[in-house]
Write a protein that binds this ligand. Structure first.
Ligand SMILES: Cc1cc2nc3c(=O)[nH]c(=O)nc-3n(C[C@H](O)[C@H](O)[C@H](O)COP(=O)(O)O)c2cc1C
Length: 189
């Protein structure tokens, strides 16, 4: 049974992002995956202080000096078979909250630990405004994953105008992703 961490960010517990996450998780569970949900906005996460001369302990021993929930979440991701990254679209990017986590993760993992290298991920950007910036948000997520050597199996834009058909499809996406992790499908690029 594959373990999937669903990492999501939006301040709204019942908005578009939460609906996308719920649908995707339904599919994961239907396929029998072990699911850990992490709502980043509910966790204590500070932003990187760029300590030292820009590089702190992150590129020396792969840890961050700030004592908050970062290390626990990092451990969960390291132990997962798959990671779903789901963010509301803010300013054509991931939320500030997800970005703060992402920045610290990348410093520790890409330079020293490489614990996330080759993780098989799926990306979702949820835009409730015009929908502009959804693709840029997915690109930003994928760029960061690439720095850490992770792979994206799919990149899914969820917008106000496609939610009627996209939300039902996300349940199938979750089921399909969980099965794909089980069968060992491996995409290299
Ligand atoms: C600071 C901020 C920036 C935003 N930027 C965008 C944007 O670039 N494009 C867009 O379509 N919507 C944008 N929105 C709208 C959000 O995507 C919208 O709040 C969406 O519903 C997020 O999902 P939620 O329902 O989970 O909050 C922005 C919202 C906020 C608060």
């Amino acid at each position: 049974m594959s373990k999937v961490v669903v990492l999501w960010s939006s301040p709204n517990a019942d908005g578009l992002t939460a609906s996308a996450k719920d649908q995707f998780m339904k599919g994961l569970k239907r396929a029998g995956a072990e699911v850990e949900e992490i709502h980043l906005n509910k966790r204590k996460l500070e932003h990187c202080k760029a300590c030292g001369n820009g590089w702190g302990t992150c590129n020396k021993n792969g840890t961050c000096l700030i004592k908050d929930d970062f290390a626990d979440i990092y451990k969960s991701l390291s132990e997962a078979d798959g990671i779903a990254w789901i963010s509301a679209v803010y300013w054509s990017d991931m939320t500030e909250c997800m970005k703060a986590f992402f920045d610290r993760l990348r410093r520790c993992d890409a330079t020293v630990n490489h614990a996330l290298a080759e993780k098989r991920c799926i990306l979702m950007a949820c835009a409730g405004g015009t929908g502009r910036g959804t693709l840029e948000c997915l690109m930003q997520l994928e760029r960061g994953l690439t720095h850490m050597g992770m792979r994206a199996y799919d990149r899914i834009p969820v917008v106000r105008y496609n939610k009627e058909y996209m939300l039902p499809a996300l349940e199938t996406a979750g089921e399909n992703y969980a099965k794909t992790l089980e069968t060992g499908f491996n995409m290299y690029y």
